[in-house]
Design a protein around this ligand. Structure first.
Ligand SMILES: Cc1ncc(COP(=O)(O)O)c(C=O)c1O
Length: 386
């Protein structure tokens, strides 16, 4: 992998292992986005002619990453926007049920809570301890059987994160997809912690929809996201947001006939942040599609393995999962996560804590040296325990 600091300037100053939080922007990405605004300053509307289809280009790139076609993609501002459009537009009837997990990230929880007004109930999969060191209140994960037990006659949707933002537990999307296909349930995935770092193939795995944020593993601008919807699922979703760009008549703005696009453009509804779409497209094309998602996963896991090899602190324990539940996040349990994060930061290494864990989350531009530095600082920490 070409990890030159011109592409990843973060490398100049930090060993940055926080790609599950806010990843550093891929520099050629923002340069491509900035070039659009520069051209617009000079040429106004004529600038558009210098750039390919926008946001068609980012839809195309994301579709290649997910092994689907661009018509199933919509460019969004964030994960919550995609999930809110789905939850609000889904044809729920009073008494219907959604199944989710008890410790989901808010963007994958509140859109479903809002459906209570429509008489829809949200059933939450209880947490299961996944590591012997996991303390009370720290999220772990769940088993397929825990999901199965909650399914009833009125279950319409299962809404889960591919990867939990706390423990790093990845659900087995393929198995869940099979379960949902058998029971005629829609599987909706929050891919914020996996898209750009783990394979995610909605068509092969019977996933109805995926929403993700652009600024984590995709290394794009803050305020970007993507939404995948399968054609049959999309048909079911009622339009809840509307604007100028939703309609097939395009710039024939005084033609108010109701002719929305049938593809993913319907969910973009109006003017999009063009420069940010160009930036995210550049990241996906030059990093993820050019390297390949399997290779990225292997690279990240190798760095995690190296960290595990080097970690020798008797009070710091990594949460380990079998491969099908493993993700880009390696979560650590220690007596004082704030202390651990601060000590790393003082030594030029960035990680974040969530749900009581410290998350080690290396990505394409990280090296063995970054991992070595992090492990050394942690091994030298004294938590002052008796
Ligand atoms: C699982 C998960 N979903 C979504 C998000 C971000 O959501 P949004 O794009 O709505 O800000 C995060 C951010 O940490 C996350 O971990």
């Amino acid at each position: 992998m070409d990890i030159s600091t011109s592409r990843f300037p973060i490398r100049k100053s930090w060993a940055y292992l926080n790609n599950s939080g806010i990843a550093p922007m891929y520099a050629p990405g923002w340069e491509a986005g900035a070039a659009f605004e520069r051209a617009r300053a000079e040429k106004g509307q004529m600038a558009f002619a210098d750039f390919g289809p926008v946001p068609g280009g980012v839809r195309e790139a994301a579709a290649r990453l997910l092994q689907t076609s661009a018509e199933n993609l919509s460019f969004m501002k964030n994960t919550a926007e995609g999930l809110s459009l789905i939850a609000a537009g889904y044809p729920f009837e009073p008494g219907d049920e959604i199944i989710s997990y008890v410790h989901e990230y808010p963007s994958n929880h509140y859109p479903y809570v809002l459906q209570k007004d429509r008489g829809v109930s949200l059933k939450l999969i209880p947490d299961r301890k996944m590591s012997e060191h996991q303390r009370e209140g720290m999220p772990g994960g769940f088993h397929l059987q825990d999901v199965e037990e909650l399914i009833g006659d009125r279950t319409r949707m299962i809404a889960l994160s591919h990867v939990q933002f706390t423990s790093g537990f990845a659900c087995d999307v393929r198995e869940l997809g099979e379960l949902c296909a058998d029971r005629n349930i829609d599987l909706v995935i929050d891919g914020a912690q996996s898209m750009g770092c783990l394979p995610l193939y909605p068509e092969k795995w019977n996933v109805s929809a995926i929403a993700a944020s652009g600024w984590k593993w995709m290394m794009g601008p803050v305020g970007t996201g993507l939404l995948y919807t399968s054609p049959s699922f999309r048909k079911k979703i009622r339009q809840t947001m509307a604007g100028a760009d939703l309609m097939q008549q395009g710039q024939d703005y005084l033609n108010h006939s109701w002719q929305p696009y049938e593809d993913g453009r319907r969910f973009e509804y109006s003017t999009v942040p063009v420069s940010l779409a160009i930036a995210l497209q550049t990241c996906l094309e030059e990093v993820h599609l050019s390297e390949g998602i399997e290779k990225i996963k292997e690279h990240n896991w190798k760095l995690q393995d190296l960290f595990l090899e080097k970690l020798h602190h008797k009070e710091v324990h990594a949460v380990r999962f079998e491969d099908k539940h493993r993700s880009g996040i390696l979560s650590l349990i220690c007596p004082d996560p704030t202390r651990l994060c601060n000590e790393l930061k003082e030594n030029g290494i960035i990680v974040t804590q969530r749900g009581g864990y410290c998350r080690i989350a290396p990505h394409v531009y990280n090296t063995a040296e970054d991992i070595d530095r992090a492990a050394k600082v942690i091994n030298g920490l004294n938590f002052g325990s008796p």
